[in-house]
Design a protein around this ligand. Structure first.
Ligand SMILES: C[S@@+](CC[C@H](N)C(=O)[O-])C[C@H]1O[C@@H](n2cnc3c(N)ncnc32)[C@H](O)[C@@H]1O
Length: 246
């Protein structure tokens, strides 16, 4: 069973596309006329030029809004498209789930004529995010094991352009670092259910770390420790677009 068939049931509730991140993705795509959206999930960040979405989880496919582009139940490593079928291949917050990143990138090159774009993160940078560093080192280890290093990604892509994408303080897409200025959100099981890093980390270590976080929020320790964060509107946590001309 695909992972998101287990953990994706509430995705659309906690993982709405954030317009500021959407703008960064649109910018990275440039003036392309047709797109395959790979690991499309429930359709977040899907640009209007999308001609087909590719997604292995039926639970995620079932949450695509009416009127979305046609979708195929398939994986990045074997895209159900002809050679040179589209201008661009897009992969948003998905490459860390692929079983064979090199095969997925070879497929993007095969089906796309002009551009490949990822929205992803630097695992080394995210490991320094306060939630993982101070409360959930086991989750940092999970991320280090599963995330795709940007060195590997850029080696496979060739001459890629990296652009940091700061996460707004009120980001409406509840991915792992989205609540950097709203620590209490991590105490909500439904919010955590939308973050795959929690599903893949030892639950005892998660419970223990979240108990400490809850105590630090209640006692005021968290707010006293992070006055700098409370002043910021957006934070560079290590998320970025990675794009390459093909
Ligand atoms: C965090 S979700 C991102 C979904 C969507 N792109 C978004 O930004 O909301 C990751 C998605 O990647 C999909 N996925 C997992 N393995 C995949 C693979 N090998 N090829 C393509 N997609 C995959 C999952 O089923 C899931 O829907």
């Amino acid at each position: 069973m695909a992972l998101y068939d287990e953990i994706g049931h509430t995705y659309r509730r906690t993982r709405q596309p954030d317009p500021r991140i959407a703008a960064a993705i649109v910018h990275a795509l440039g003036d392309v006329d047709s797109v395959v959206n790979i690991g499309a999930g429930s359709g977040s960040y899907e640009p209007p030029q999308t001609v087909v979405a590719v997604e292995p989880s039926r639970v995620m496919l079932g949450q695509r809004p009416p009127g979305s582009a046609p979708a195929a139940e398939a994986v990045a490593e074997a895209l159900p498209l002809a050679d040179d079928a589209v201008d661009a291949a897009l992969a948003v917050l998905t490459v860390h789930h692929w079983s064979d990143v090199a095969a997925g990138i070879a497929e993007m090159r095969r089906v796309a004529r002009r551009r490949a774009v990822f929205f992803t993160w630097w695992p080394e940078r995210v490991a320094d995010f306060w939630l993982l560093r101070d409360y959930l080192p086991a989750a940092a280890e999970t991320d280090a094991r599963l995330a795709v290093g940007l060195e590997e990604l850029t080696r496979l892509l060739g001459d890629a352009e990296l652009r940091p994408v700061p996460v707004p303080h009120d980001c409406i897409d509840g991915f792992a670092a989205a609540f950097w200025r709203r620590p209490e959100a991590y105490l909500d099981p439904e919010v955590r259910a939308g973050m795959s890093v929690f599903a893949k980390t030892d639950p005892t270590a998660v419970t223990d770390g979240l108990r400490r976080l809850e105590e630090d929020i209640r006692s005021g320790v968290w707010h006293r420790t992070h006055p700098d964060l409370l002043q910021q509107d957006a934070l560079d946590v290590g998320y970025c677009t990675v794009s390459v001309d093909l």
